[in-house]
Design a protein around this ligand. Structure first.
Ligand code: MG
Length: 449
């Protein structure tokens, strides 16, 4: 069957890969899946195509007998919050996350405020592609309402976190969905906030939407020039957070993940993270008596593992962090508040905390591999990789992750492109390159016919 959903919802180029017709069809399929009744919530990020796709999805939902509460421009996690807060049947977020302005997409949330699992997504695809969407008669068509849930969302976070002092923070929302949320939230927590790129603008003029080191150089400069304790940044829909320390340095995402994981597991407990995260996460968590479990790459897999194993925290190295005490969605504004709670609790600057996490070196390479050959290649590779690297164990949760005493290697087939990606991490650059070389040799042998 054809597919609509990728690893994080439906996403594509506006007008080409994702059209108003498609969005309406997804709305109708969703209404059909939900039994042609009940009320949903819908939010969007500030993309220029946001109103158009929101209207299309709503039209599909109404024609399928569901009613809709519009939330306006809100972060993705606020939609997840709203599902539970308003007791909605499901949630829809119109966003393309960190993709450039010419993209848009649709992400779905279930009645528990959890991301749609691949299983639920397959149901939507089945209804959509088989034209099984069921329209209701004129007297059962749904209605549109609206609600501002941002104050309740902010208040819930504020009431759960107390800070010991007034922090000075620079917030960079990249002109995205959290522009009117994170600055307000942090001020309510008693912080002195300077904003950067915090006017919503669907052209995203401020910076690239992915919160990477290259995209956050301006944030680093502003943190230094205003003498802030911290800089925080989100991606376009604010399900992720990245941080800059008081010296204006971007803190590597793996280090942030290790710090927050150890903080959440300070009384022990399980932390869920993906197979592509650094081993510094284990080191930091195990020091606190906690345990790390690994999942497939993708926030829905982390959420499922957190729920199933009753983990105290779940996070991906891209900056998507799940705090299950609050809800099961990766949440950027909440994560920003948690970073402040960490600084307050430790009574240390972020620079010192970041430097307490050991440096790791990562190198990556991609090897050409035809899509139809990927499964066979990966099947054969396991034992080869283990012997080539003298690995202590090889995890096959998502691709193959070979673990060694002083590093690891991950081999994953790309979901969309004809490549197999190889990542190696070592305690030195030399070690990382040595591991990559050995892994490539093992992979290369398998890829050639
Ligand atoms: Mg995102």
């Amino acid at each position: 069957m054809e597919k609509l959903f990728g690893t994080s919802g439906i996403r594509g180029l506006v007008g080409k890969e994702i059209t108003p017709e498609l969005a309406m069809g997804v709305g109708l399929a969703l209404a059909t899946q939900l039994g042609n009744s009940g009320c949903l919530v819908i939010g969007k990020d500030p993309r220029t195509s946001g109103d158009m796709f929101e209207s299309s999805v709503i039209s599909g939902l109404l024609s399928g007998g569901c009613s809709v509460t519009r939330l306006g421009v809100v972060p993705t996690p606020t939609v997840a919050f709203a599902v539970q807060h308003l007791k909605a049947k499901a949630g829809v977020m119109v966003t393309a996350s960190h993709n450039p302005a010419e993209y848009n997409g649709i992400k779905l949330w279930d009645s528990n405020g959890m991301a749609y699992t691949p299983k639920l997504e397959r149901q939507i695809e089945s209804i959509y592609f088989k034209n099984k969407g069921k329209r209701v008669g004129w007297s059962s068509i749904g209605k549109i309402g609206s609600a501002d849930v941002v104050p309740a969302y902010i208040n819930k976070i504020v009431s759960s976190i107390k800070l010991s002092k007034e922090f000075k923070v620079v917030v960079d929302c990249g002109n995205g969905a959290a522009s009117a949320v994170t600055p307000v939230l942090l001020r309510k927590m008693g912080c002195k906030v300077t904003t950067l790129n915090c006017h919503p603008d669907g052209h995203f003029p401020g910076r690239g939407l992915e919160p990477t080191e290259e995209n956050l150089t301006e944030l680093g400069k502003v943190v230094k020039s205003v003498g802030a304790d911290l800089g925080v940044a989100h991606d376009g829909d604010a399900d992720r957070v990245a941080a800059v320390d008081e010296r204006g340095r971007f803190v590597q995402l793996d280090k942030m993940l290790a710090l927050i994981s150890a903080f959440q597991a300070k009384k022990g407990g399980i932390v869920a993270t993906t197979v592509d995260a650094s081993s510094v996460v284990e080191e930091a968590v195990e020091k606190k008596g906690g345990k790390v479990i690994r999942t497939k790459v993708g926030d829905v897999y982390v959420a499922e593992a957190v729920k199933k194993r009753r983990a105290v925290f779940g996070g991906e190295p891209c900056g998507a962090w799940i705090f299950p005490d609050f809800h099961m969605a990766p949440d950027g504004p909440l994560a920003a508040a948690k970073v402040l709670e960490l600084l307050s609790y430790m009574d240390m600057g972020l620079a010192e905390l970041a430097d307490s996490i050991p440096e790791r070196y990562t190198v990556r390479e991609k090897v050409k591999c035809k899509n139809e050959k990927k499964a066979a290649v990966m099947k054969k590779l396991g034992p080869k990789l283990k012997s080539a690297l003298k690995a202590t164990k090889v995890l096959s949760i998502d691709g193959l992750r070979a673990e060694l005493k002083d590093g690891w290697v991950l081999v994953r087939p790309s979901g969309t492109e004809p490549y197999v990606r190889v990542t190696a991490e070592g305690k030195t650059q030399k070690k990382a390159e040595e591991l990559l070389g050995k892994a490539l040799k093992a992979v290369g042998v398998s890829v050639r016919p």
